[in-house]
Design a protein. Structure first.
Length: 217
């Protein structure tokens, strides 16, 4: 094993894929993000996020204003390339370049993004960027242990469960036990190949259903 090297801090760059494009979050995304968040089950979708479901576009603008210019967390809008609209957001956060550790968090994938190839590609674009361009050694996913969909997503995306941090924090006035997951640079080549096989347009039929599931051998 070679001597570990410090990684490079992430930059506000555009990351382009087949289904989605990740853009640094800005006020230009406010209207689309409010539309994607103002859905009947919005409160449920925001239950485990640090912020609350917006009740107005002004709420969305206030959230964006609160994170503009921050290097950590660094927020990106998820642009659905089929519509050109921002259908969600995600962040690079808890960034420690000297140890080569970085986390994905503050994930909100609206109804047009969640449980589609768009969400998978949004994760893939972050992973490719942090491992291949920035040189991180460890990519983390953390969530409230009560958040079963998030834990299932972490495993589906190739993260390894590492354990439970009990009474890790207080979130929205309640105790949060935090489930920790990670992906390592040594695992990325195999993960990358699986992502790219699954994301191929030929892997989906005319109705958008996958032919072969995402699998890490």
């Amino acid at each position: 094993m070679s001597t570990p090297q410090p990684a490079t801090p992430p930059q506000r760059v555009v990351l382009d894929g087949h289904y989605v494009r990740l853009e640094p979050l800005s006020m230009a995304h406010a209207a689309d993000l409010y539309e994607a968040s103002n859905v009947p089950d919005g409160d449920v979708r925001f239950a485990y996020l640090g912020d609350y479901a917006p009740k107005s576009r002004a709420d969305t603008e206030a959230f964006i204003q609160s994170v503009l210019g921050k290097a950590d967390p660094m927020l990106f809008a998820v642009i659905d390339k089929s519509t050109g609209k921002a259908g969600g957001r995600q962040a690079l956060m808890r960034i420690v370049p000297e140890h080569g550790v970085i986390e994905i968090g503050s994930i909100y994938w609206g109804p047009a993004i969640a449980r589609t190839p768009r969400a998978t590609e949004a994760l893939y674009l972050f992973a490719r960027y942090i491992f291949e361009t920035l040189g991180y050694r460890r990519f983390e996913w953390k969530c409230n242990d009560r958040n079963e969909p998030s834990k299932r997503a972490a495993k589906r995306f190739g993260f390894t469960y590492e354990g439970l941090f009990r009474q890790h924090m207080i979130a929205k006035g309640e105790n949060r036990d935090t489930a920790w997951f990670s992906m390592l640079d040594s695992e990325w080549p195999e993960r990358k190949a699986a992502f790219e096989r699954w994301l191929e347009p030929s892997n989906f039929d005319a109705s958008g259903q996958q032919k072969t599931p995402l699998r890490f051998d």
